[in-house]
Unconditional design. Structure first.
Length: 363
């Protein structure tokens, strides 16, 4: 790669990250280390705003500040934990940025600690809800952090640790396979097998993919690589590989929805013939759509369009029927048109193309 092109790519990556930061700030009002929506009074809260003692002797722990580093799918998941007579009486979720359908499933966990002593509640092993893994893990982390705070154990509060579950390890292995093997193995049979693993393991089992909802959450609140190892590796591949000459690597070899479209296209030999002019017009449509969607976030007119990206259909237990319908429609279209969503619609793919461009132009 020429030095000039490399410098332009670095500039494009910086521009892409600035765009992501701007929409994260527009939607969440925060960036790692600073909440721009907080008032001066809120920014200088005393400890008694985190731990309050009510007239009946019960304690209420607000995890907003003490668990601000625990991130769910789209952001932090603060809780109010009420403790009376050394037992958990009630846990209430505070307003958050999680996708509503996912959080409703994860919120089923909130009653699991009720009636238990603080010691029993801290020792309780609660599994994440299938279909809302990130949100439920954030709830569990907030409860543990809040209980530790209530017992005056701030000094020994554990940071989010690495997930040694079979699912997480399998996800990491599949990402590493997709990141390494296609560089050396160049045949359609392997690619189909890798695509199958991407769909089954990364998509359906782990529910891991890059989306605006997750990336804006990471940009607004930060991310702990140990707690979200699979998405972290996927993002690393997506942003770093183009710098070493492998553009669109994530979209081609790693994205679960891109892989599903590829598998569908392999099932039918017939393909709709599309002229060069039509392809150019559809490409322009993709870019214009991206511009409109960014404006919708920046202006606050409709920032929730990010909840309708088809990637969330892999978490079908909690995905809305609209998301599932969109995903099915594009998969069916993929039988006769090669990866239509990736090529002519995907806003995430457009952002990744901006990050890897060496031409500094959108159109």
């Amino acid at each position: 790669m020429k030095k000039k092109d490399a410098m332009r790519q670095m500039g494009s990556l910086l521009a892409g990250l600035l765009i992501l930061a701007s929409i994260a700030l527009a939607k969440h009002g925060s960036l790692p280390g600073h909440d721009f929506q907080a008032t001066t009074a809120t920014a200088h809260q005393a400890d008694n705003d985190t731990l309050q003692v009510l007239d009946d002797g019960s304690m209420v722990v607000n995890t907003t500040s003490i668990a601000s580093d625990i991130i769910g799918y789209a952001g932090t998941v603060p809780l109010l934990i009420t403790i009376k007579d050394n037992r958990v009486e009630h846990i209430k979720a505070l307003p958050n940025q999680e996708t509503e359908d996912f959080f409703e499933m994860a919120a089923e966990l909130l009653s699991r600690w009720n009636g238990k002593t603080t010691e029993e509640a801290e020792a309780l092993q609660v599994d994440a809800v299938s279909g809302a893994t990130f949100s439920s893990k954030a709830i569990i982390g907030n409860v543990q952090r809040g209980l530790a705070y209530a017992r005056r154990a701030q000094a020994t509060i554990a940071q989010p640790s690495f997930d040694w579950s079979v699912k997480n390890i399998a996800g990491i292995l599949v990402v590493l396979m997709a990141a390494i093997l296609p560089l050396f193995v160049k045949n359609k049979t392997y690619r189909f097998c890798q695509s199958t693993l991407n769909v089954v393991v990364l998509g359906l089992w782990c529910g891991s993919f890059l989306s605006y909802t997750s990336l804006m959450g990471y940009m607004a609140h930060g991310m702990n690589p140990l707690a979200v190892a699979v998405p972290c590796l996927m993002l690393l591949v997506a942003l770093v590989y183009p710098l070493i000459g492998h553009k669109s690597y994530y979209c081609t070899h790693l994205c679960p929805f891109g892989s599903l479209q590829y598998m569908a296209s392999r099932c039918v030999s017939y393909k709709v013939k599309m002229g060069a002019r039509l392809v150019r017009r559809l490409d322009i449509f993709r870019k214009l759509l991206w511009c409109v969607l960014m404006i919708l976030i920046w202006t606050g007119v409709w920032a929730d369009w990010t909840d309708y990206e088809p990637f969330a259909a892999f978490i079908f237990q909690s995905a809305s029927w609209v998301v599932i319908a969109i995903a099915i429609a594009f998969v069916l279209l993929s039988f006769v048109v090669v990866r239509p969503y990736c090529r002519f619609v995907c806003p995430m793919g457009t952002w990744l193309r901006i990050c890897q461009s060496s031409k500094w132009r959108l159109f």
